[in-house]
Design a protein around this ligand. Structure first.
Ligand SMILES: Cc1cc2nc3c(=O)[nH]c(=O)nc-3n(C[C@H](O)[C@H](O)[C@H](O)COP(=O)(O)O)c2cc1C
Length: 171
């Protein structure tokens, strides 16, 4: 099986996760980069209008891959907008795929909403949707999730906490 990890990350949490998955799977990796760097305002507008911001062209041939692992943050209950752009642009090549996110967490129906949007765009359901909640890391450190979640930058040892979920995801 030829697998690729495709990721977008605004503040590097999901970049760390994507690289960890690449190491474990020993596969190729592609970073989605926007033409214009996202800001708090552009993220807000992306979410509000379900925008698909322009992303930089890449030189990897997507038809070479038969399994896609998408990694991106969640913004306001939805996948980060640059991943949405990528999915629309490459949807003809994507059949078998999964999605994993290192997100703030806490909302019960978020995973279901993510799955629904992925299925709507790609016209086929994901094999797996996994959320890794920063909320859990903060609680284990006695930090208040309501204050620190969006500002929290994961450290490599935080991933140990998610080892079971990550291993189940890549199986
Ligand atoms: C504008 C904004 C909205 C967010 N909304 C959510 C949300 O609805 N649900 C959630 O679980 N996390 C939410 N988060 C938290 C991010 O998903 C989390 O901080 C993530 O790890 C950031 O990933 P990155 O460092 O790869 O960009 C939000 C963060 C930002 C900046």
């Amino acid at each position: 099986m030829n697998t690729i990890v495709v990721y977008y990350s605004f503040t590097n949490n999901n970049e760390q996760l994507a690289k960890l998955l690449q190491e474990k799977l020993k596969c190729e990796i592609l970073k989605i980069e926007t033409v214009r760097r996202r800001t708090a305002l552009s993220i807000f507008l992306d979410v509000l209008f379900q925008r698909k911001p322009a992303i930089r062209p890449h030189e990897m041939a997507m038809e070479r891959y038969d399994r896609f692992i998408f990694v991106a943050p969640v913004w306001a209950g939805r996948m980060a907008s640059p991943l949405r752009t990528f999915l629309y642009e490459e949807k003809n090549f994507i059949v078998r795929y999964s999605f994993i996110t290192l997100c703030g967490g806490g909302q019960d129906n978020q995973r279901w909403r993510l799955e629904k949007e992925l299925t709507a765009i790609l016209e086929t359901p994901p094999e797996n949707v996994t959320e890794l909640w920063i909320k859990e890391v903060l609680e284990s450190k006695n930090m208040d999730p309501t204050k620190f979640t969006t500002a929290y930058r994961v450290e490599s040892k935080d991933f140990e906490r998610f080892a079971d979920k990550i291993n189940a995801f890549i199986k």
